[in-house]
Ligand binder design. Structure first.
Ligand code: COI
Length: 352
């Protein structure tokens, strides 16, 4: 398919890197592609970043048929690189499947993204810990208020320079173990990157923030016993000499940072398992002195050590509130590969 390109005539002023935060600034261009039943995916274009107008009746506004992805481009020794973009677009297609959205061509999406990032390469910040966050998403655009899968869609990619997702940066975050609300159940949308899952998380997130916590730890929606994931991250625990993360069970998001950490840890010969873990087991391990550290993994959050867990008003401090050894090694190695400071034996990094 042809990719049309229209460059902006009014480039924006770029923000200083020390005020970036996360998700507030957007680059000069965006990618858009339309879907209709008669033409399939068509009219792929890169255009100046701008407002888009839609009829109030389009289906995404009413029934939330929307999915998204998150990945990053890094300034690496003067070059610009992406991290595992194929994984993101494959996962986008899995989300398409879950929400009755027609799939995209993965290779075309990667090529279009490379072009978009290339055009806005001056927007990729180069201070330590910064990157260009990339947000691909698909929304239902048929103007119709009957409940059924839309017959029209738009696939859009926007990008913007970011710093750390949490104000804590790589410092440990406080996590509240959620008892009242659930994020997803098996058979629902939990393993898709559906916008609906994030809507479902807001209330719990707001209440946890009011209590002074950065994020919530979700338990399974049926028994409220087994650990699933943390707000915007997957979660790992170091129990004695075992590094454990919840097995993907249909309601957990299959994180690409999660997968990369598992591959890194296994390549170091460590004892890694993906299995069911109950919150009770974590607290018992803590009592026995076996809970050495815990951390979250995600594109936006990178590796985020957990310094405190609070479950049923029982609050425990992990790794003395410091960054644990495994969290540290993973952070250094993963970001080392992403910024091309260390070798990439897996072939994860893709040059733009
Ligand atoms: C990401 O890590 O890219 C995510 O999608 C989390 C996001 C909701 C901030």
């Amino acid at each position: 398919m042809e990719l049309k390109i229209e460059l902006t005539k009014n480039p924006k002023k770029k923000p200083d890197t020390d005020i970036l935060g996360f998700g507030k600034y957007f680059s000069d261009h965006m990618f858009i592609m339309d879907y209709s039943e008669d033409k399939g995916w068509h009219d792929a274009r890169i255009v100046p970043y701008d407002t888009i107008s839609y009829e109030p009746a389009i289906m995404v506004f009413h029934y939330g048929q929307a999915i998204f992805e998150g990945l990053k481009a890094y300034k690496a020794k003067g070059e610009v690189v992406l991290f595992r973009p194929d994984e993101n677009f494959k996962r986008l297609n899995n989300s398409c499947e879950a929400l009755c959205i027609p799939k995209i061509d993965v290779q075309f999406a990667i090529d279009s993204l490379k072009k978009l990032v290339d055009i806005d390469r001056d927007w990729v910040p180069d201070s330590p810990g910064t990157s260009l966050y990339i947000r691909p998403f698909i929304i239902a655009t048929e103007p119709h208020v009957g409940v059924h899968p839309s017959s029209n869609y738009q696939f859009i990619i926007i990008t913007g320079p970011v710093g750390a997702y949490y104000k804590e940066g790589i410092n440990p975050v406080k996590i509240y173990v959620e008892q009242k609300y659930v994020r997803a159940v098996k058979g629902g949308l939990g393993e898709a990157k559906a916008s609906a899952n994030y809507a479902a998380s807001l209330k719990a997130q707001q209440e946890a923030a009011e209590k002074g916590y950065t994020q919530v730890l979700w338990l399974d929606g049926v028994e409220r016993k087994y650990i699933e994931e943390v707000g915007t991250m997957n979660v790992f625990f170091v129990l004695g000499n075992e590094i454990v993360t919840p097995a993907l069970n249909g309601s957990i998001l299959p994180g690409i940072t999660r997968k990369s950490c598992l591959e890194l840890l296994r390549s170091w010969g460590l004892n890694v398992s993906e299995r069911k873990i109950s919150i009770q087991e974590i607290y018992e391990a803590h009592e026995k002195g076996q809970l050495k550290e815990a951390f979250g993994t995600g594109t936006a959050a990178v590796i985020s050590p957990i310094g405190e867990l609070c479950w049923n008003d029982k609050c425990i401090t992990l790794s003395d509130g410091q960054i644990g050894e495994i969290s540290h090694s993973l952070y250094d190695n993963l970001t080392g590969i992403q910024y091309t400071d260390v070798a990439d034996p897996f072939g994860w990094v893709v040059k733009v």
